[in-house]
Ligand binder design. Structure first.
Ligand code: ARG
Ligand code: GLU
Length: 674
């Protein structure tokens, strides 16, 4: 009896001491993780993931539109990302007559691929640690200039890791001729919309397809009709074999922002001040935009991308606050800090200095966030800047204005301005003398906002062209807002804890943690640089007695289908395919039915920016496209909970099924090797 118990304890100890799935690792340093990855089912080498000597998987990953990830899946530069990542581009190409959001779009040949003005993708050439070059006195600007001179279309960035304890140079090739190849209708690509967003079980076909074009030398070039599909050094092979619980998964992409090492002060600010305020302000904006959208198709399209952006973080923050409270993150951090103090008495002063630095900066940071969520969202001030921009030729100015007014409705903006000026007046603790005097002149924030929109002549393109911009009241407002903006932008860092006056104390703190807490696996916080995360396909216990399976199927789509509700009204073609069970090669036995796989979940540590990331099996083959996290994972940027956190992936077989059966665009399969 005793012996079996001992054996059991030993067994548990070895299972539990296995390295956790937490972390987002730098690809050039992945060799340090490869043993753990192999133990979990990875079959390739570190060189296969990242190499500067030969083509490697990194050559097939792209930073898409500056905030998402995409993956190249053919020798012809074909690229898959999320529908919500292509959304701005698809929306910009859409009109009431050609509504590609609602109806989808499928090019049937290269000639039908649609150029997307302003859309860029970046492919990493290489990354170098430059900590020592900086220490030796070279500036970031010098390092960047040297790197950009190395090749055509090269763009470089220097990014800090571990609050400035290390710095890395990232060199990218920047491609600006990117064309839309295919997008499913919104009721597939954004199926369930805000209602299902951040939720599992999920049934969203969140993908869209683009193609990168290059010049005759296969180099980045501006759009030209003579450009040709880009030939990548490497592209992902697709696996249609499917996944099952426990399978190894790896994510290769550009996570944007995590705050793994922040102190209890920052956690408190997020959960008690920042998130609640931002949620309330966005609720007001969403109510206004939503009401206008429900009254007119034109407004629905104009504000679709804006609404989706506002709603996404709004919902995430709600889950984040709940998660932080559920996990007791604040108390845990306090206990951790107390332990650090008692075991490192000579370094306790660092924590005191950190606390004092928060004291000094928290109000300024709050006013920055407040500015971003209120005044900055009053859109009409932008035309004042466009009018005053001396770098623009007359033609370019007209173009910029047309682009602005295309997605603008002055009545919506007026309502937003009334609400946001009132909110600013209510919350701001900053000096805003110019704006205050305008409020007083017109009898208060609300009266001023109404006066502003009653009197401005800049509300639409025609009246703008006839107006005197300089004397327009919107110009007066833009000046007053600029005064506030200039003050606010002093605090415009990725996070509160990255404000230099705070970060200079984080640097010795994180260094001291690394020396002290030997058990902890220190990965650098996400900062929109290329990372690898790995884990496995896994369900989880959502609530007492409620286990969530790791895979969903077409059955769930049919159960949610509802012609009465825009976001659940699937295309008739999908209903027909279902009725006829016409699944072709995409039909499988799953969850006890003959059906089509749709989404699955895994334990990969991901965040915003990982949208569109390739999800790979142990052989480095593409098995899905990452697009979200579950509701109980929304706090993982601050505390990642091993047992519950799951990322949500669109199964590559569903992507192919939709291309085939809904889009009729199977001409793309040959180049993808399907
Ligand atoms: N939640 C996902 C991510 O953070 C997808 C959001 C897009 N969908 C939406 N309904 N807004 O970006
Ligand atoms: N949907 C997110 C994005 O746009 C990724 C999901 C997440 O935040 O985990 O990047």
């Amino acid at each position: 009896m005793k012996r079996t118990l001992l054996l059991f304890v030993l067994l548990c100890a070895t299972t539990f001491s296995a390295v956790a799935d937490k972390g987002m690792w730098l690809p050039s340093l992945i060799a340090s993780r490869i043993k753990d990855m192999k133990a979990k089912g990875f079959k390739l080498s570190a060189e296969d993931i990242y190499s500067i000597n030969q083509a490697s998987l990194k050559d097939a990953v792209v930073l898409f539109d500056g905030g998402c990830t995409g993956e190249i899946v053919s020798e012809e530069g074909l690229l898959i990302t999320n529908h919500h990542c292509g959304y701005d581009a698809i929306q910009a190409l859409s009109t009431v007559e050609n509504d590609y959001l609602t109806n989808g779009y499928w090019a049937m040949s290269n000639a039908e691929e649609l150029p997307c003005a302003g859309l860029k993708v970046h492919i990493l050439v290489r990354m170098d640690e430059v900590t020592e070059r900086l220490a030796a006195g070279e500036t970031r600007e010098e390092i960047i200039a040297k790197a950009e001179a190395e090749g055509v279309g090269f763009r470089a960035k220097v990014e800090s890791m571990y609050y400035g304890n290390q710095a890395y140079l990232f060199i990218y090739r920047e491609f600006s001729d990117v064309r839309l190849v295919g997008a499913p209708p919104t009721t597939i690509g954004k199926f369930g919309a805000d209602n299902d967003n951040w939720i599992w079980p999920r049934h969203t076909g969140d993908f869209s397809i683009f193609r990168i074009y290059a010049n005759a030398d296969n180099e980045p070039a501006e759009y030209s009709a003579t450009n040709r599909p880009y030939k990548p050094a490497r592209h992902f092979k697709i696996s249609t074999k499917g996944v099952k619980e426990g399978d190894f998964t790896m994510i290769y992409g550009f996570p944007g922002n995590t705050q793994e090492y922040i102190t209890s002060d920052a956690v408190k600010y997020i959960a008690e001040t920042s998130d609640p305020t931002k949620i309330e302000l966005r609720t007001q904006r969403l109510d206004i935009i939503g009401a206008a959208q429900s009254l007119s198709t034109e407004t629905r399209i104009k504000y679709a991308a804006k609404q989706a952006n506002i709603a996404n973080a709004w919902k995430k923050w709600q889950g984040e606050v709940k998660g932080i409270n559920r996990l007791g993150t604040y108390d845990k951090k306090q206990a951790y800090e107390a332990r650090f103090r008692s075991e490192n008495p000579d370094k306790a002063y660092i924590l005191d200095s950190l606390a004092a630095a928060y004291e000094r900066n928290i109000e300024g940071y709050f006013n920055y966030e407040l500015y971003s969520e209120t005044l900055r969202g009053i859109e009409l001030q932008q035309v004042v800047y466009i009018a005053a921009d001396e770098r623009l030729s007359d033609e370019e100015r007209t173009e910029a204005l047309k682009l602005f007014y295309k997605d603008f409705d002055v009545n919506v903006d007026r309502e937003l301005a009334v609400a946001m000026l009132k909110a600013y007046d209510n919350y701001a603790t900053a000096e805003a003398s110019m704006l205050q005097s305008l409020f007083e002149r017109e009898g208060g924030a609300e009266a001023y906002a109404n006066w502003l929109y009653d009197n401005t002549k800049l509300g639409n393109f025609e009246s703008f062209m006839a107006a005197d911009v300089e004397t327009d009241p919107m110009t007066e407002f833009a000046y007053a807002a600029t005064e506030i903006k200039l003050e606010a932008m002093k605090y415009a860092y990725r996070n509160l804890s990255n404000i230099p006056d705070i970060e200079r104390w984080f640097r010795p703190y994180v260094k001291a943690l690394m020396e002290w807490d030997k058990e902890r696996a220190f990965f650098p916080d996400a900062n929109l640089t290329l990372r690898v995360a790995y884990g496995k396909v896994a369900g989880y216990q959502y609530a007492d007695g409620e286990y969530h399976l790791p895979q969903t199927t077409l059955e769930g789509i049919m159960q949610k289908d509802n012609p009465e509700i825009y976001d659940y009204n699937i295309p008739q073609s999908l209903r027909d395919v279902y009725a006829a069970k016409d699944y072709g090669r995409w039909g499988v036995e799953l969850n006890g039915k003959y059906t089509v796989p749709v989404c699955f979940i895994a334990t990969n540590h991901t965040t915003g920016g990982n949208s569109g990331s390739p999800v790979l099996n142990g052989k480095g083959e593409l098995i899905g496209v990452n697009f979200d996290r579950t509701w109980l994972s929304t706090m993982s940027d601050i505390e990642f909970d091993e047992t519950l956190c799951r990322n949500i992936i669109c199964d590559i077989r569903y992507v192919l099924f939709v291309i085939d059966k809904v889009g009729g665009a199977d001409w793309l399969f040959e180049e993808m090797g399907i």
